[in-house]
Design a protein around this ligand. Structure first.
Ligand SMILES: Nc1ncnc2c1ncn2[C@@H]1O[C@H](COP(=O)(O)OP(=O)(O)OP(=O)(O)O)[C@@H](O)[C@H]1O
Ligand SMILES: [Mg+2]
Length: 233
């Protein structure tokens, strides 16, 4: 298979239970570079659980998750951390901003971890905050930000190091429709500019509409796949 057609993410028969409750009962899925996939399903259907497995935040009970041909669950913690730091960006449902760092410092952190030189970091942070529309809040701490502002800072942080895989958990959930639309446009642009694969958890039809296809979870399985043939070439 030519490299351009090889999926960046291959998920095979992934299972996850909490105690005796099966949350994911065998999920299989391929995602191509540059592909935008909407992940939908009712509350409690396992969307965040699946995203955490894809991002290496948590490990499956069984099954395979390969990123760029590497089984991420066979990596030791330090190799997994390195992969996450360089290649993954995660927009968490509840932001997970570091409370003792300012908005700008939160966005700078992934650049620091990736050894981007200080002068370049400052420029990139300013551009990113500007792009998500919160540059006026650069020096505020997360506790001083509104939910929508925290969401936008967490988006800037997730895309700062140009990840190859961007995982976004309800990234417009706290935004009004105007700000939500501009964030969706930004996510679409980022995925197109850098061929970043995007997995977008959402309840919103507007968010699903920027994606090539939609996977709906129900009872631990993929219940429905919409537009399966419109993946990027
Ligand atoms: N660490 C955990 N321990 C035990 N149960 C958990 C844990 N994390 C999630 N669950 C349970 O697993 C199920 C799936 O949770 P998950 O957060 O993946 O759902 P979701 O589809 O993201 O829901 P929502 O749309 O409300 O965000 C829920 O019933 C949840 O209570
Ligand atoms: Mg969730």
């Amino acid at each position: 298979m030519p490299d351009s057609l090889r999926p960046i993410l291959q998920i095979r028969n992934v299972r996850k239970a909490y105690g005796s409750r099966t949350i994911l009962a065998g999920i299989s899925l391929d995602i191509a570079a540059g592909e935008r996939l909407a992940l939908t399903g009712p509350s409690g259907s396992g969307k965040t659980t699946l995203l955490n497995l894809l991002g290496g935040v948590d490990r499956p009970d069984s099954g395979l998750i390969e990123f760029d041909g590497r089984d991420i669950n066979s990596l030791n913690n330090s190799d997994l951390t390195a992969l996450r730091r360089t290649s993954f960006g995660i927009i968490f449902q509840f932001f997970h901003l570091l409370p003792t760092l300012t908005a700008a410092e939160n966005v700078e952190l992934p650049l620091q971890l990736n050894q981007v030189p200080a002068a370049e970091r400052v420029n990139r942070v300013n551009q990113l905050l500007d792009r998500v529309g919160v540059s006026h809040r650069a020096n505020a701490f997360p506790g001083e930000l509104s939910g929508g502002e925290m969401q936008r800072v967490s988006i800037a942080r997730a895309i700062a190091h140009k990840p190859r895989l961007l995982l976004a958990d309800e990234p417009t959930g706290n935004l009004d429709s105007k700000n939500g639309a501009s964030v969706l446009e930004l996510l679409r642009e980022v995925s197109e500019e850098t061929r970043t694969a995007l997995v977008l958890v959402t309840h919103s039809p507007a968010a699903a509409a920027i994606c090539h296809r939609e996977i709906r979870l129900l009872d631990g399985l993929i219940f429905r796949e919409i537009n399966p043939f419109s993946r990027p070439s």
